[in-house]
Design a protein around this ligand. Structure first.
Ligand code: ADP
Length: 462
């Protein structure tokens, strides 16, 4: 049967407390009884010694007589305490005998004590015993006493009453402890389970698509806190993905709308005969189609690198050769703008996906060419440290405003919107570059000063 977390926790805590309290109570009750027995046995010794000492004080050495009256009082007190005594003088003559004095009281005492001990404390295994002790004054023996009592110890009614009160107190303490631990158990169970229940509620809402939900509660338990953090993080990422998805759709629509509208206007004008379909106008149409085709290609690329289907085909790649090839491929654009590209430094071959890293280099170089005015200069620098290879693409072009630096790697982000229309960028190049570099466990960074130029740095593990 499934019980809920809170009940299960509370019941477990209560059960453990119950077992623990029962165990402690039994143990304390056992020890108290044991100690009491020991105390009573010692007490018996003390009583006997007191009787003998008191009797010894009743002997007058000068007259060699006993103070009969006081001996009688001592005997009666002893009887009252449970000791039947017979006092003898030096010659063995009886000075005082409890049984002679009050036989029925002695019989009554024996019966009472035996009855009480046998009914209330049968495990004591005691019985009435008799012993003789000498009475001394200094070193001289002045007489003897015969003591009859229930040994090795006996309890009177008030002793049993004391023990009973003690066990009652123990029971009260145990009940209180149990009550308190049940209350604390419920409280603790509630405290522990509440954040977990919130997490469950939150995940149910997230599953229904409510990504705004965040768990505010925190827990003193590290693992529960981690759970809450994970759920909040999950909601965050889903929320982000959801808005990225919406953003992407509207961005794509926006990107497509302009060339399509241009194309439609041109074609309509030509179909209606407003415009002659000259080669120049047809070329404009083709440019727009090329723009759309490029965008679709970029989107396709973005989709592969971003949705995790990007499979890296790694091989040992000579970076110097790769950079040389990329520069060659862009030779025409470089020549058109009368620019120079210099390759500096070198680095050892690294194990990467040659085509993908080539794409990163091309993207960075294309940007450098695009955003650097005529006669500009681009430097590609290769370096390495013990565990990373570093590629810098440095240009002396337009630069990027400081506040836009963190954004340029985002999809469709273009720093200078109006100029970009001319340069024909879609704002996806750096996003693709970043995804590829990160798939290689590398990083890509940028430093830039407006009107002075930019430096893009790619670091790849060796
Ligand atoms: P685009 O296709 O627009 O070039 P990217 O993702 O490659 O898209 O770049 C994003 C934006 O970053 C660009 O629109 C541009 O504003 C800026 N940018 C990228 N590289 C450079 C550079 N070398 N110099 C100046 N600005 C740059």
């Amino acid at each position: 049967m499934k019980t809920n977390l809170r009940t299960r926790l509370a019941l477990t805590i209560a059960a453990v407390s119950l077992a623990l309290i029962a165990f402690i109570s039994l143990l304390s009750s056992y020890f108290i009884n044991q100690q009491f027995k020991l105390y009573m046995t010692r007490q018996q010794d003390t009583s006997i010694r007191e009787i003998i000492d008191n009797l010894s004080a009743q002997y007058d050495e000068s007259t060699r007589t006993w103070n009969a009256e006081f001996v009688h009082t001592i005997g009666m007190y002893a009887l009252y305490d449970g000791y039947i005594i017979k006092v003898y003088d030096q010659s063995g003559q009886t000075v005082w005998d409890a049984e002679t004095w009050d036989m029925s009281a002695c019989i009554q005492l024996k019966e009472d004590i035996t009855h009480v001990m046998m009914t209330k404390y049968p495990q004591s295994n005691g019985s009435f015993t008799s012993e003789d002790r000498i009475i001394q004054r200094g070193a001289t023996t002045i007489g003897s006493v015969n003591l009859t009592y229930f040994g090795p110890y006996f309890y009177r009614d008030n002793d049993f009453e004391f023990l009973r009160q003690l066990s009652d107190a123990l029971l009260i303490v145990a009940s209180f402890s149990l009550l308190i631990s049940i209350l604390v158990g419920f409280f603790v169970a509630k405290r522990i389970s509440r954040p977990i229940l919130s997490a469950i509620d939150a995940t149910a809402l997230i599953a229904r698509g409510d990504y705004d939900i965040r768990i505010q509660e925190s827990s003193p338990i590290a693992e529960v806190d981690q759970l809450i953090e994970s759920v909040n993080h999950l909601a965050d990422s889903l929320d982000q993905q959801e808005s990225l998805k919406k953003q992407l759709t509207s961005d794509v629509a926006h990107e497509l709308r302009t060339p399509l509208t241009t194309l439609q206007t041109f074609l309509e004008a030509m179909l209606e005969g407003v415009w002659e379909p000259t080669a120049e106008r047809l070329q404009s149409c083709q440019d727009e189609v090329a723009r759309i085709t490029n965008l679709v290609k970029d989107l396709e690329n973005l989709a592969t690198v971003e949705n995790g289907t990007l499979k890296l085909e790694k091989s040992m790649t000579d970076m110097v050769g790769l950079v040389g090839q990329s520069v060659n491929a862009l030779q025409m654009q470089v020549a058109q703008k009368n620019m120079t590209i210099e390759i500096r430094g070198t680095c050892d071959p690294i194990y990467v996906d040659r085509n993908r890293i080539g794409q990163v280099v091309i993207n960075l170089l294309t940007n450098a060419i695009k955003y650097t005015p005529e006669n500009g200069k681009i430097i590609v620098e290769l370096r390495q440290t013990e565990d990373i290879s570093i590629l810098n693409v440095i240009d002396n072009g337009s630069g990027i405003p400081q506040e836009e630096l963190p954004l340029i790697f985002e999809r469709f982000y273009r720093a200078d919107k109006s100029r970009n229309r001319e340069t024909g960028g879609s704002g996806i190049g750096l996003t693709i570059a970043k995804s590829i570099v990160e798939a290689h466990a590398g990083t890509i960074e940028v430093q830039s000063v407006v009107d002075q130029g930019s430096t893009f740095t790619v670091k790849l593990p060796r």
